[in-house]
Design a binder for this molecule. Structure first.
Ligand code: GDP
Length: 387
């Protein structure tokens, strides 16, 4: 399913999506260096100004929102294929033990080798080096070893290190799931992160999970910077059997999100998951765009508190962590999804992320299949590492 706002007087084209910008003065268009929008639609600033000056226009806008196409009705023209009804069955879930096999055979196996024999001074150094090699990070590895040594754990050095590592993970409510913060509105997840980390795959997996639980999920293709991102999201939407709201490549991502929220409210959807750009020409453009999307969500669903989830590729180690910190400082992350845990022998990055950011890992990706996204349970994770 591919939704776009309907125009009154002419057939829909890929380029006639409305822009929605909330701030005056607007950010300099040149900052975004996007292809000029050939849309005949007026700009958001003009739209808003007109709405304020002309109550009739406001009424017209409201009417247009209310006239959004009913997904159950045939679209015209051309009719879009309906998504199949959600199966309401969970995909078979991946296996954490299998997903951690490389890490267990990699740095954890070395770590346990050093811890097993009742370490003397020299092997504590080895423990520290091994933790660093496992992507725990240098200063954190030093602190863990220092505290583990002082602990004099009756269970021995391994129990001490295990307890200190576990203590780095942030407290969280068990069985977390995204909830609406506005009565009657959908829960909203903004998925952010760098291209190639597994953002689209993760959105597809989350959509399948929540749809499989019986929630009605809608995707927003707000990474309009790359045409391929929209196509990929459609493929995942088909796979997860959920509808997607998309505009043309290079359309205003804020307008996509706005329309997705409209559509979600109109059909009483439970959850909107929005893809966002993983790269613009500069980092500040990217962060500006994310902030703008946040403002648009607040405009359409005042008081909404979207989950802002950063997708971090576990194989990128400390570099990925540096990216996560930059995003956290700019847009305030509420959760992390750590992808490709199955592809790294250095799963220690989990401890570094949670400790350094104070943000919980919500899911871990342990493969490319739709079921390979597991809710992150700190106790199960530590147990699987030391199993
Ligand atoms: P995006 O550019 O961030 O949207 O990244 P994609 O979702 O297109 O994913 C990039 C590649 O990573 C694809 O080949 C995915 O199949 C792969 N990928 C995503 N998540 C995982 C995971 O948890 N494990 C493995 N092994 N591969 C993954």
């Amino acid at each position: 399913m591919f939704w776009r706002r309907k125009k009154d007087d002419e057939p829909q084209t890929e380029t006639d999506a409305p822009d929605i910008d909330l701030d005056a003065p607007e950010p300099d268009e040149a900052d975004f260096d996007l292809e000029p929008d050939t849309a005949d639609a007026r700009t958001a600033a003009e739209t808003e100004a007109a709405a304020e000056a002309d109550p009739e226009h406001l009424a017209d806008l409201v009417a247009r929102v209310e006239a959004l196409p009913d997904p159950a009705a045939p679209a015209s023209p051309p009719p879009e294929p309906e998504p199949e009804a959600p199966s309401h069955q969970l995909e078979p879930e991946g296996d954490l033990d299998a997903g951690l096999a490389r890490t267990r055979g990699g740095f954890m196996s070395r770590l346990r080798g050093f811890l097993g024999g009742g370490p003397d001074e020299a092997s504590w150094d080895d423990v520290e080096e091994t933790l660093i090699g496992g992507d725990v990070g240098a200063s954190l590895a030093m602190a863990v070893v220092e505290r583990a040594r002082r602990r004099r754990d009756p269970g021995g050095a391994e129990a001490a290190v295990r307890a200190e590592l576990a203590a780095l993970l942030v407290a969280r409510e068990p069985d977390w799931s995204p909830r609406p913060s506005v009565a009657g509105g959908p829960a909203v997840i903004l998925v952010v992160g760098v291209n190639g980390t597994g953002k689209t795959t993760t959105i597809g997996k989350m959509a399948a999970r929540y749809s499989g639980e019986g929630r009605s999920v809608l995707l927003a293709a707000a990474d309009t910077f790359r045409a391929a991102a929209i196509d990929q999201l459609r493929i995942w939407a088909d796979r997860a059997k959920v509808p997607v709201v998309a505009h043309a490549p290079h359309a205003d991502p804020g307008a996509v999100v706005y329309d997705a929220l409209d559509a979600a409210v109109a059909r009483g959807a439970d959850l909107v998951i929005a893809d966002t750009a993983g790269r613009l020409h500069t980092k500040s453009n990217l962060m500006d765009e994310l902030s703008k999307i946040r403002r648009i969500i607040d405009k359409r669903l005042p008081g909404a508190e979207p989950e802002t989830i950063f997708v971090l590729d576990a194989t990128t180690g400390q570099n990925g962590l540096a990216q996560a910190k930059a995003f956290h400082e700019s847009v305030g992350l509420t959760g992390i999804v750590l992808t490709k845990l199955d592809s790294t022998a250095k799963g220690g990055i989990v401890f570094a992320i949670e400790h350094d950011l104070g943000v919980p890992v919500r899911f871990v990706g342990v493969g490319e299949k739709v079921g390979d996204l597991l809710p992150f349970d700190p106790d199960a994770f530590v147990a699987a590492l030391f199993a």
